[in-house]
Design a protein around this ligand. Structure first.
Ligand code: PHE
Length: 484
């Protein structure tokens, strides 16, 4: 049977989907704080250098692999260099496992969004406005039933969009959602800018804190920036290979890879301009991760701003976080779905109907999300959990680390900690030393009007040496932070 592969309707749609994948929780809860803690302006410069040396380079490689082979990660590696097929499987598995915890977080975002929406109509009595933020969060994550319900709804939204296809689902949704996200972010940034005390937040983020080089050390700044960049750009889990496989030859690869990296960084900075000044304006210590997103910011809206405006701004903010999380999770699921559909096409089966496979994949991801929803995000050790944490399961309760304290962290260490940097490292080795970059050269030149791969030697050096070295650094750093 002839394969009837979907493709992006327009370059704009593709860009929105790729930027939508990149812009997610990582931008909002990681970047601003890491930037502030690691030298502000200095961190930004290091981040941008790494993004140019590794981010754009790996992204271009992934798009080229996808478009050249017309396959998701497994098929692409198999077609280009059979020995590396396992790296493709890493990617699919990574996408699967990341979604299993990402969707739980998405579910929590949903809970906050809906709670603030309801509070707009009765701000003085709504629980989200009157309960202390730590208690609200603890009460919710300790309630396995509610966590599962929110996970289920979040996965259902994701599956619904992915099952409508690449151009009809992901592209359509992202083309509306990403501009909407930019507008919402703009509104929050402007409102926050007028709060007294906001200036301190900008100073925290953008000040060039040279003393940080002494305090945290340049090494820490570099490894923090590198880890952040990988996760934030959705690299090394086959997503950009998958997206590349739906590209038409009109789309310029080098230019668009650069645009995506720049856009993702801009949104991360903008998220910081919304979040950090808000924390400082209300005298709260910024942190990172779930604590920042669900506890600190909750009290900014509920206690700091308070009343109708607090509920309203809270709703807008969590709506934009929700959009960012959905566009990332659809890209993760798409990677897995494409893998299954490619298999069908390779076997000569009908690969045009994706609804049932998408639902099955959604159900499996949901099943893997159950322990993440039930261990109260590590509250198991202090109570409130409905299942064992990995530490309890492995009999390691005297020996709690960043990797075994809860299922979310356990999945995170396997994926973000190990498989992602390892996968990217192997990809660079393949392009740099095994297949060579000729296939990328061919892809770059397919675009009408592009006759030469400018700066090819720069890219070659990055594939061969610079990126692998930086990736080894990331791998060592991730190991240290999870197991140290
Ligand atoms: N890039 C997304 C973020 O910053 C997360 C993500 C990682 C999405 C990997 C897809 C793949 O939150």
């Amino acid at each position: 049977m002839a394969e009837n592969r979907d493709s992006w309707g327009s370059t704009f749609g593709f860009l929105m989907a790729a930027i939508g994948s990149a812009v997610g929780l990582g931008n909002i809860w990681g970047f601003p704080y890491k930037m502030g803690m690691n030298g502000g302006g200095i961190f930004l410069v290091v981040y941008l250098v790494l993004a140019a040396l590794v981010g754009v380079v790996v992204m271009l490689g992934e798009f080229s692999m996808g478009r050249q082979t017309g396959r998701g990660p497994v098929g692409a590696y198999r077609a280009l260099c059979k020995k590396f097929t396992f790296v493709g499987y890493f990617g699919v598995f990574c996408g699967f496992l990341i979604t299993s915890f990402y969707a739980v977080l998405g579910g929590i975002v949903l809970k906050y969004m809906v709670s603030f929406l309801a509070a707009i109509f009765k701000p003085s009595t709504a629980a989200v406005m009157t309960t202390a933020s730590g208690d609200f969060f603890g009460g919710f994550v300790g309630n396995g039933g509610q966590m599962i319900l929110c996970l289920l709804i979040f996965m259902a939204v994701t599956v619904f969009i992915v099952s409508a296809g690449v151009s009809g689902g992901i592209e359509k949704f992202s083309s509306v959602a990403m501009p909407a996200l930019a507008v919402l972010l703009g509104v929050v940034i402007i409102y926050v800018a007028f709060q007294p005390g906001a200036g301190e937040g900008y100073k925290f983020m953008f000040g060039v804190h040279t003393e940080a080089i002494k305090e945290v050390g340049l090494w820490t700044i570099v490894k923090t920036a590198a880890g952040q960049m990988f996760f934030s750009l959705s690299l090394a889990m086959g997503i950009m290979i998958t997206f590349g496989s739906y590209l038409t030859k009109e789309t310029a690869l080098v230019k668009n890879s650069t645009v995506i990296v720049i856009a993702d960084t801009c949104v991360a900075i903008m998220a910081g301009m919304a979040v950090m000044p808000a924390c400082f304006a209300y005298g709260l210590e910024p942190g990172q991760g779930p604590g920042l997103l669900f506890v600190t910011l909750h009290s900014v809206f509920a206690e700091g701003m308070g009343g109708f405006i607090g509920a309203f701004m809270g709703f807008l903010f969590y709506l934009l976080v929700f959009i960012a999380a959905v566009t990332s999770s659809i890209s993760l699921v798409e990677g897995v779905v494409t893998f299954v559909m490619d298999r069908k096409a390779d076997k000569g089966l009908d690969s045009s109907k994706r609804r049932i496979p998408t639902i099955i994949i959604g159900v499996l991801i949901f099943a893997f999300g159950i322990p993440v929803s039930f261990d109260a995000l590590g509250g198991g050790i202090s109570g409130g959990a409905m299942c064992m944490t990995p530490a309890e399961l492995f009999g390691m309760t005297d020996n709690i680390h960043g990797w075994n304290d809860c299922w979310l962290d356990f999945y995170d260490v396997i994926t973000e900690g190990i498989l992602m940097p390892l996968g990217a490292f192997l990809m660079c080795i393949m392009v740099g030393w095994v297949t060579g970059s000729e296939f990328i050269n061919r892809e770059v030149q397919k675009t009408p009007g592009v006759t030469k791969w400018t700066a090819r030697s720069y890219f070659d050096i990055c594939y061969k040496i610079v990126s692998p070295v930086i990736l080894v650094v990331v791998l060592i750093a991730q190991f240290g932070s999870f197991f140290g």
